[in-house]
Ligand binder design. Structure first.
Ligand SMILES: NC(=O)c1ccc[n+]([C@@H]2O[C@H](COP(=O)([O-])OP(=O)(O)OC[C@H]3O[C@@H](n4cnc5c(N)ncnc54)[C@H](O)[C@@H]3O)[C@@H](O)[C@H]2O)c1
Ligand SMILES: [Zn+2]
Ligand SMILES: [Zn+2]
Length: 360
């Protein structure tokens, strides 16, 4: 088969590799129908994730069709269309039993495209298939579903749930990339009073407004002043960090109100300053997290109900074989306007849910 193989910093090649097979009784082999590229893949490509070694097939998000299962797999069979989650779960370790799949110590967690070969390929072996893939209902489009592999559960669990968004809250989302945009979309489940999006890039802020941000502000325009003005000088109830650099984390801690919550989603490579001399007296909560994907079944039900327009984030489509071009377009997002790219063809026709018959 062909796959996107990491060749060392700066180099990814779409090339022939051996077909994967069932290696463990809990495995499923999935034919990849639709796959996407994550910002984390770009971090790997830069060499920021040293555990990823040359020769590794990248990718941790896909929708595909099961072609083979190990003898212990119960929940899916060949022919099933499934979502491959970015997090695998052994289901047995202490953390899995607490629903903290991201922290799995039994061989799961974030392994696909990291410690084992991933989804940017024609086929992928998924370990612990019973808990690591989700059968898809006929009413869900593969292009929507693929965004539930990572960015939607991440934004929802690490941003919205950790930030404990409540009705009427003022919510600030710093960074309007795919994660920030998914945070804006899923924060709306809780009817916040207003959502303010902060980014450097006008086109991303336009996308934020389209998805439900009530106010947008560039970092240069002064988000702190805007938040002060809109909250009678108190600060925001919830501030989410969806960039991953020290300056934006520090900005978040300056915009939160006393008693408010700062939910860090960004992956950080450098230390940020924590101004405890200002924060100690403010009763603030700061959370961090790796996604667990325990919310994926709920997000799938929202999607099946037509309440999660995820595919709106997909700006560019490619064939699977155009992987290198897709990496290039996604990697130059500031020039290309890419938010999420999707590769492959959905091998599925969505069944439309009929409108209820008009009464009277
Ligand atoms: N915690 C998790 O489990 C998890 C999972 C996936 C991704 N992430 C992380 O979430 C973060 C966001 O992911 P993404 O895919 O949306 O990334 P992205 O790079 O596509 O988006 C980041 C956005 O931040 C904006 N930005 C950059 N510097 C800024 C600044 N100084 N002020 C305001 N905006 C600024 C950029 O213009 C961009 O729109 C990344 O750090 C990513 O690695 C975390
Ligand atoms: Zn990812
Ligand atoms: Zn586990």
């Amino acid at each position: 088969m062909k796959a996107a193989v990491f060749q060392g910093p700066g180099r990814i090649t779409w090339k022939d590799v051996p077909d994967p097979g069932v290696a463990d009784p809990g495995d499923a082999v999935v034919r990849v129908d639709v796959v996407t590229i994550c910002g984390t893949d770009l971090h790997i490509l830069k060499g920021d994730v040293p555990e990823v070694t040359p020769g590794r097939v990248l990718g941790h998000e896909a929708v595909g069709t099961v072609v083979e299962t190990g003898r212990d797999v119960r929940t899916v069979r060949p022919g099933d269309r499934v979502l491959v989650s970015c997090i695998s779960s052994c289901g047995r370790c202490r953390f899995c039993r607490e629903g903290r799949y991201g922290q799995c110590r039994g061989g799961g967690g974030w392994v696909l495209g990291h410690l084992v070969d991933g989804t940017q390929a024609e086929y992928v072996r998924v370990p612990f298939a019973d808990l690591s893939v989700h059968p898809l209902p006929n009413t869900v489009d593969s292009l929507d579903a693929v965004l539930l592999a990572d960015i939607f559960p991440t934004a929802y669990e690490v941003g919205v749930l950790n930030g404990r968004v409540q009705p009427a809250d003022t919510v600030v989302v710093v960074g309007a990339g795919p994660i920030g945009l998914a945070a804006i979309t899923t924060a709306r489940f809780y009817s916040p009073g207003r959502i303010i999006a902060v980014d450097l890039d006008e086109s991303r802020l336009a996308a934020a407004r389209k998805l439900g941000a009530d106010a947008t502000v560039t970092a240069a325009e002064g988000p702190e002043q805007l938040v002060q003005d809109l909250t009678d000088g108190l600060g925001a109830d919830v501030v989410m960090e969806a960039v991953g650099v020290p300056a934006t984390f520090e900005l978040c801690t300056r915009m939160v109100r006393p008693g408010g919550r700062v939910a860090n989603i960004g992956v950080h490579g450098k230390p940020a300053e924590l101004h405890l001399e200002d924060l100690w007296i403010k009763d603030v909560t700061i959370t961090t997290g790796l996604v667990d994907t325990t919310s994926t079944p709920m997000l799938l039900r929202m999607m099946a109900a037509g309440r999660l327009p995820a595919a709106e984030l997909i700006t560019h489509r490619f064939e699977l074989g155009q992987m290198e071009e897709a990496y290039d377009v996604f990697g130059r997002a500031a020039d290309t306007g890419a938010v999420k790219v999707a590769l492959g063809d959905p091998q599925h026709t969505v069944v439309q849910v009929a409108d209820p018959p008009a009464s009277g």
